[in-house]
Design a protein around this ligand. Structure first.
Ligand code: PMV
Length: 354
């Protein structure tokens, strides 16, 4: 057999929603019940690094996550691989004398090695970075000539929130109207330089894997929660407009109010699910109280908090000074070796640079 290997490595940061996606109207295509908005984190702290390789000596597609082989047979991986393969072009790597014709991609197999530099499946959007990175690196490997938004619609089929990790800065996932999902994709609202005062601090409350996956959780919420219907129809559309304004004007007061309210409503919708879903724990609740009290005593919000499908707190401070004061407060209330389960902090020192 021929001996060559052609490979590409890419790094993709995770993103944290400030207006949450929760609930699908189509589970196979992953079409959401509402728009969402996120901020992309700086990749030094929370990112996935993926190397994709192709060689005529590989006999099947294989993937390793954090060094352990995982199955690629799931429908979501298969959708991403199929969509990318169908858009492959000729590849010419002159330096190594490798030529791959468009038609060869159908029979060639891939090896994919992916690493997260943060806890996997602990509600820190590991799937977002992972699937976005997979799609991005495969598109580079196969010389796919589509823009980022088109790629985002492919990443969406791997994990909904992944579509938002194809851009830095502030990103909106437009839910779209089409039945085939072609218009359900991500767009950039503002780039990473737009609001670089913000500092993101993540309190890793628990690095254990979450108990209810977002897929199962969303399905149960869609089936049983009346609050979700109200949220998706009446609340989120208005919040999206307000959040876009807040971001455009760098209006931290409005940004923080919307971010906290939306996180709390997402967890309320989880509680409104039958059986109820609990993602936050006592430590999460204490963090909310500490931040709320502080914001109130200052008169204007200093820090916004948001929680995804897990107990970890993502806090966005208005500036460096507020971030330092926040860390001091957290360390005061949760001293090292205290009996809480808060184990470490990740500080995004480059704020939201991609
Ligand atoms: O893309 P998924 O299936 O991992 O779902 C993500 C859901 C939340 O993180 C809770 C919210 C969001 O918009 O990212």
């Amino acid at each position: 057999a021929e001996k060559w290997v052609h490979m590409v490595t890419a790094q993709t940061p995770t993103n944290i929603a400030v207006i949450k996606y929760w609930g699908k109207r189509d589970e196979t295509l992953i079409l959401p019940v509402n728009d969402s908005i996120s901020v992309t984190l700086d990749p030094d702290h929370l990112c996935t690094i993926t190397t994709v390789a192709v060689s005529p000596s590989f006999d099947r597609d294989r993937m390793w996550l954090n060094g352990k082989e995982i199955s690629l047979s799931g429908g979501r991986f298969q959708s991403c691989l199929r969509e990318i393969r169908s858009r492959a072009s000729d590849v010419e790597d002159e330096e190594n004398g490798i030529k791959i014709a468009k038609k060869d991609w159908e029979k060639l197999h891939l090896h994919i090695a992916s690493y997260n530099n943060f806890p996997t499946a602990a509600g820190l959007a590991s799937s977002a970075a992972g699937l976005a990175c997979l799609v991005f690196s495969l598109a580079k490997l196969m010389n796919v000539k589509e823009d980022q938004s088109k790629l985002s619609a492919i990443a969406r089929q791997g994990s909904g929130s992944a579509c938002r990790s194809l851009y830095g800065g502030f990103v909106k996932w437009i839910m779209g109207k089409d039945e085939d999902g072609r218009d359900s994709l991500a767009v950039q609202l503002a780039d990473e330089k737009h609001w670089d005062d913000l500092v993101i601090i993540i309190a890793v409350v628990s690095s254990r894997q979450k108990e209810t996956s977002s897929t199962t959780g969303m399905r149960e919420t869609v089936e049983t929660s009346l609050l979700l219907k109200h949220r998706a129809k009446e609340i989120v559309p208005k919040r999206i407009l307000k959040m876009e304004e807040a971001i455009k004007n760098r209006d931290f007061t409005s940004f923080a109010q919307l971010t906290c309210a939306d996180s709390n409503q997402f967890h309320a919708v989880c509680l409104d699910t039958s059986p109820p879903i609990f993602y936050m724990n006592d430590t999460s609740h204490r963090i909310i109280s500490i931040v709320e009290k502080w914001n109130r005593s200052e008169g204007t919000p200093q820090v916004a908090y948001t929680f995804d499908a897990g107990p970890n707190a993502v806090m966005i401070a208005r500036d460096r000074k507020a971030a330092t004061l926040l860390l001091q407060r957290l360390l005061f209330y949760f001293p090292p070796n205290s009996d809480t389960d808060l184990n470490n902090y990740i500080v995004g020192d480059k704020s939201i640079l991609q």
